[in-house]
Ligand binder design. Sequence first.
Ligand code: ATP
Ligand code: SF4
Ligand code: MG
Length: 343
Amino acid sequence: MASERELLMHLENLSVNYRTRRGWVSAVDDVTMDIYKGEVLGLVGESGSGKSTLGKALMRLNPRSARVTGKLMFLGEDLMTYSNAQMRRIRGDRISMVFQDPMTSLNPIQRIVNHITETIRTHQPQTPESEAVNRAKELVDVLGISDNRLDDYPHQLSGGMRQRIMIALGLALNADLIIADEATTSLDVIVEAQFMALLKDLCREFNLTILLITHNIGLVAQLADRVAVMYAGRLAEVGPVETIFKDPQHPYTRGLLGAVPTILLDDHEELYRMEGSPPDLIAPPPGCRFHPRCKHAMDVCKIETPVFKPIENGNATSCWLYDDIPAEFTGELLVSAQEVVGT
Ligand code: ATP
Ligand code: SF4
Ligand code: MG
């Protein structure tokens, strides 16, 4: 997959800080990452690690209290330079978001068919109503919903069906990127699995790209092509799903996956347990934000921020275990100084 991957989005030094009464919350810090066309990219990390903030930043949907900096290259253009009007078009046409509870995104007094046809006609006003209705029928069909449900109101559908309608709305626009933020949390396990399998098929069929934000590591293992692991607003590790599960390198990734009782970790001789909880992002720890919880922490980790970079197994990680430690932390300078003075 590596060579023919087509870049959809490139985030560069993306940071999001929220202004609060207690001070600035560093919710996303210096994230640089690629998203490729047609992939399912899983985004995981403990609660409060910045996943939703990052997902919203991709659509520039963060609240006014947020200061967002960095680059958001989408098909070669920096969305950070777009006006609100231009962003509204992007949100409608190119990137869509599926939230946890579709009821809040669907109009309760509007039939399903109208949701879809209006979506189509808002973005392609020249489409005749009859054609829009036909397209709505095709879309629900693709999503495994009988077209006689098109006349239903949102509350008449099950949670799983409503999720599918949200996807149908995304497909109606031919969105390039769908951001699913805990989209399946309200569904039962079987419906969730069916829904996610459907998403995966759609991805293949329509060359859709999905950013799958979830606490459900099992779901990520099943569906994602690549996985990004966040800790306290920063990327800890990114890599192909196989490598992330079978050969995780960052101590946090190991800790997070250590909580997964699964055969996926078959080659893993040691399951890591993490002590403690994530830091307060108003005053995150200096250096590596994970250092207070890391059993490998060294002096350098407490002062210098590790750079996020590719490592040997094909993943990318931010950890001093995989980088050259500056001389002042290794004692080498001291040794050579002592040699110079002959002591
Ligand atoms: P969860 O898994 O619980 O959904 P998350 O990984 O999505 O968590 P975010 O919701 O992005 O995390 O939050 C990241 C940090 O930003 C947290 O410290 C959170 O308290 C803070 N935060 C989120 N939204 C706001 C806001 N509107 N104002 C101030 N702080 C916020
Ligand atoms: Fe642990 Fe240091 Fe790596 Fe951070 S940089 S994860 S503290 S070893
Ligand atoms: Mg969230």
